[in-house]
Write a protein that binds this ligand. Structure first.
Ligand code: RFL
Ligand code: PHB
Length: 394
């Protein structure tokens, strides 16, 4: 079979939020790049995931001039709530930090980036099969893939893996140079998306004796809710009614009274995991986003962490291609990991605080209650949570 070969400066693998954001940032800096995605554009848009954007993530969209819809449709949130039994602790993020988060779905952000790709001359190749990385130890790495039954090759100077947790990029780094840190949690989040008004104008994270619940939203007419379930649960066993009933119990009577039920547009169970791979660069390969790390969704950090990686990567690549600054590339991993570990810590600690772990006993429960008491009574504790929630500086 003949192989079609072409050349670019940066080959980006994966067209999720990380890959598309990076592609746009590089294109804006005049760095030649191509994005290669395994799925179709429609498939990428069908994945319902993140809903809360940090100011830094919004700032990247602003810098690209792609924030018009986000500004018109995104909901600025100046606070969120931690519920424990009868008690509701409001974290006044705006008062404590002077900043807000923005509720805007990952699907919408991805759509904005996708729609702008062709008009801005960013090439995204969808439905690329058998994507493989080669010679990442050298200065002349290349990517091969199959499209429409034809073998394709892209020669690059740098490859950036934005291909999520299961993609081939991280796996291309030799086991002898990498190290993975992992915690798998004994539950998953069962999510339901429905076209009903949210039960509250701000998010509620609830720790109930039956388990965790989260009331979130996508807009004034679209709600997103989660409950945690054992990993043995199957989505087929959860009718819409069963999910609404469970939410009503776990969120408590006040929220339940304001909760409107409706048919699920989407429901799924996502396992929870903390994972970090070090280093985030090897040779001519950089990793960004879920390809290098996973956080449990408590705290809404995953997409935002992908965005901060991309910010560092775009800066390093621009310095490299504009000024031949190889140190910028060499420094990428340490720079990105310093922020990654802080977000990992926050997501892990909020997960520990708000979930009932099957192996926990009365002592661990007392620790949760004591910590929630402390948060409720201490502005310093609330400020620490607020500054992490709104996003640590890049
Ligand atoms: P993605 O989104 O997984 O995109 C990776 C892309 O790579 C493609 N790919 C390949 N392409 C080419 N060749 C291959 N062999 C490939 N293999 C894979 C995939 O098809 C895909 O298009 O990773 P990225 O870009 O790093 O973005 C990360 C975010 O998607 C993720 O961190 C967030 O969704 C996490 N997350 C949340 N993050 C937040 O910041 N705020 C939230 O509120 C939030 N809520 C969530 C979440 C994730 C969830 N799930 C389902 C895991 C809620 C949930 C339920
Ligand atoms: C969501 O709306 O999907 C969402 C919000 C906050 C989280 C996780 C997910 O912490």
């Amino acid at each position: 079979m003949t192989t079609t070969t072409r050349r670019t400066a940066v080959a980006v693998i994966g067209a999720g939020p990380a890959g598309l954001l990076l592609g746009h940032l590089l294109r804006a800096e005049g760095v030649d790049c191509v994005v290669i995605e395994r799925q179709s554009a429609d498939y990428v848009l069908s994945r319902i995931r993140a809903g809360v954007l940090e100011q830094g993530t919004v700032g990247l969209m602003e810098r690209l001039g792609l924030d018009a819809r986000l500004k018109a449709e995104g909901l600025p949130h100046g606070g969120f709530n931690l519920a424990d039994g009868e008690r509701l602790i409001r974290i006044d993020v705006a008062a404590l930090t002077g900043q807000c988060v923005t509720v805007y779905g990952q699907t919408e952000l991805t759509r904005d980036l996708m729609d702008a790709a062709a008009p801005r001359g960013l090439e995204v190749i969808y439905e690329a099969g058998e994507v493989a990385l080669h010679d990442i130890d050298s200065d002349a790495p290349f990517v091969t893939y199959a499209r429409d039954g034809l073998a394709q090759r892209i020669d690059a100077r740098i490859i950036v893996g934005c291909d999520g947790f299961h993609g081939p990029s991280r796996q291309a780094i030799p086991a002898s140079v990498g190290r993975a840190f992992e915690r798998v949690y004994p539950f998953g989040w069962l999510g339901i998306l429905a076209d009903v008004a949210p039960c509250n104008h701000e998010l509620i994270y609830a720790n109930h004796e039956r388990g965790f619940a989260l009331a979130s939203m996508r807009s004034a007419t679209r709600s997103r809710y989660y409950v945690d379930v054992p990993l043995t649960e199957r989505i087929e066993d959860w009718s819409d009614d069963r999910i609404w009933d469970e939410l009503a119990v776990r969120l408590g009577p006040e929220a339940a009274a304001r909760m409107t039920r409706g048919p699920a547009i989407e429901k799924s169970i996502a396992p929870l995991r903390s994972f970090v791979f070090e280093p985030m660069r090897h040779g001519s390969l950089l990793l960004c986003g879920d390809s290098a790390h996973i956080v449990p969704p408590t705290g809404a950090k995953g997409l935002n962490l992908a965005a901060s990686d991309v910010h560092y990567a775009a800066e390093a690549l621009t310095a490299f291609f504009r000024h031949n600054d190889a140190d910028a590339i060499a420094g990428y991993s340490a720079r990105a990991l310093a922020r990654v570990w802080k977000s990992e810590r926050f997501s892990w600690s909020l997960t520990k605080l708000m979930h009932r772990f099957p192996d926990d006993g009365p002592f661990e429960r007392r620790m949760q209650v004591a910590e929630l008491d402390y948060i409720a009574s201490s502005e310093a504790a609330q400020r620490a949570i607020a500054e992490n929630y709104v996003g640590l500086p890049v």
